[in-house]
Structures are given as C-alpha cells and as structure tokens.
Design a protein around this ligand. Sequence first.
Ligand code: ADP
Ligand code: MG
Length: 314
Amino acid sequence: LNEFDIIQKYFSRLTQPRNDVVVGIGDDCALLIPDAGKLLAVSTDTLVAGRHFLADVDPEALGHKSLAVNLSDLAAMGAEPCWVSLALTLPGVNEYWLEKFSQGFAALAQKHHLQLIGGDITKGPLSITITVHGQVEPEKALHRSGAKAGNLVCVTGKLGEASLALKNILENDFVADQLRNELEWPQPRVEIGLALQGLATACIDVSDGLVSDLGHICAASDCKAIIKKNAIPAPDADMTQKQYIQTVLSGGDDYELCFTLPAERENELQRIITNTGIPITPIGYITDGRGIEIVDSSGAVLDLSDHTGYMHFS
Ligand code: ADP
Ligand code: MG
C-alpha cells in the first residue's frame, strides 16, 4: 500500500460527513463553513512513541487517546468540537495497526460529531500529530486568566490514576483493568467544558499534573490557590508523601478539568454532575498572591519545590 491507498482504505470515509464541510479529505485543503459570530478554537498535540506512549500499546487505545488528549484542550476552552486533521508518521505499513488505530480514533470522533477533514502521512519513527478545531461564542470561551480571589477551585474525576497505572506497568506490577483504562482510554470532558460556559471563571485541562496546570491558571490570573490535600480526589492506594506528590500532584496524563468559579454558584455544579455522571470536587479556593499552596490536615504546607510537572526540555 502507498500513502494514497492508506488514506483511501483507512481514513477517507472514517467519520460521518458534517453539513459545514464543503471539501474534506481529497483536495489540497479542507474547506469549512464556520458558524457566523463564533470563534474558531484550534489546538494541536503530538504523541511520540517512547515518550507519550509505549510502542507496543494497543493501537485501538492509541487511536482513541491521540484524539482524546486533543479534545481535552477543546473541553478546557469550553469549545464544541467540529473538525479534526491527522498527521501520521509511520515506520512502515502495518495493516493490523492501521485498522485498529483508525477504529479507536473513529469511535471517539463519532461520539463528539467530529469530521476527519484531512491530514498527512509520512515515513519515520512512529508519531501522531492531531489538530482539532472547535467553535465557541466569544464571551463564553473559558480562558486561564479569569480566576478571582474568593473563587472555588474544582476538579473533575480523580487525579493520579493514569500516572499510577503507568508506574505499575513500568515496574511490572499488577495493574487492574480499571486503572489501565484511565491511562489508555482517557475520556475528554467535553460536555463538562460546554456546561461550564458562563459559570467557570478560568479553566485548564490537567495533562501535566495539578501543581503545574493549576499553576498556569494562577499565573495567568495573577492570583494564588490554596488547596486542601484531603479534598483532592485520588486513587485508593497506599502512597508515601513523595509518591503522592509524584503521582497525584504532578503525575500527568489525567485529562480532567481544573476550573474556578464564584463560591456562591457552587450549587450549580450538581446539575452538571447529574447530567454527565462525572464527579466534580471542590478542592480549595483562590486568594490574592502567587503560586499554589497544598495544605494537609495538620495545616502543614507541602514542599513542592522539586515537582514542576513534566517538561520535555529543562
Ligand atoms: P498533499 O500532497 O496536497 O499534501 P496528501 O497526498 O498529503 O496531499 O494528502 C491527500 C489528501 O488526503 C489531502 O486531502 C489530505 O488532507 C488527506 N490526508 C492525508 N493523510 C491523511 C490522514 N492521515 N488522515 C486523513 N486525511 C489525510
Ligand atoms: Mg501531504
């Protein structure tokens, strides 16, 4: 198979057509009709074999996760997913891999009414670059910069499960299926992001760990977060303080949302929890100042100085 055959066989009819796509796969560019008055929300993420995933991971899970991590960025912006492009670098043509990868990708795309509108295929070390395009009304986008003193800080789901699963896999420990799923099949919180429009004052997706990502909200909003350690939803596992910090606070790969909202509107979260079935937990509040403080039940502040989240270059 050459690359045109691959596109034809695995990608050209992978997702349902949308009315707002005039030209999809097959020409030099896709041509799209954005909704009048909305902003385009565009985000790209690359996953590199050996760095973002183990080369022998289930290709169906990889197809899902590559798209999920991109959708997580749209969710964090409060944007509605619309279109996606897929650039694949493959070491060779493995039809089993292409079949499974495209199935995992397509199932998640269909769930969010995304159309695959183009991409690229090149030869080289396995790597996947996806660009998602969403739309959002200008006043409703969830920026990182809107947190205010007195706001509550909340997170969706649990933090640290994906990181704990990876640690167990790398150490050849037993990994329960539920925990492995958190690592390999993350569910982007798109519905929650949309429901937070007009409610959250700031939002980010937790991909590099809570300390790092909530830190971005604090920096962009010029404020400080005080977080109660006991309130953070975490895996039910025995961990030393160091492991806890590495896994729950700076492990990464959670793809949950962390957001702030006015304290008096906390009661509005219940409807979102009921509609989505995803827990949302208040973990602390915003004050004037800089950075993040995580306080344990005795009132002691955790020392986070060695834990900055994952960085590619440092
Ligand atoms: P060009 O040479 O103009 O860059 P390509 O040969 O790379 O075109 O791609 C041909 C068509 O197939 C284009 O419309 C492109 O967007 C689409 N395409 C290429 N790779 C993929 C892919 N992995 N998934 C979806 N569409 C793809
Ligand atoms: Mg090309």
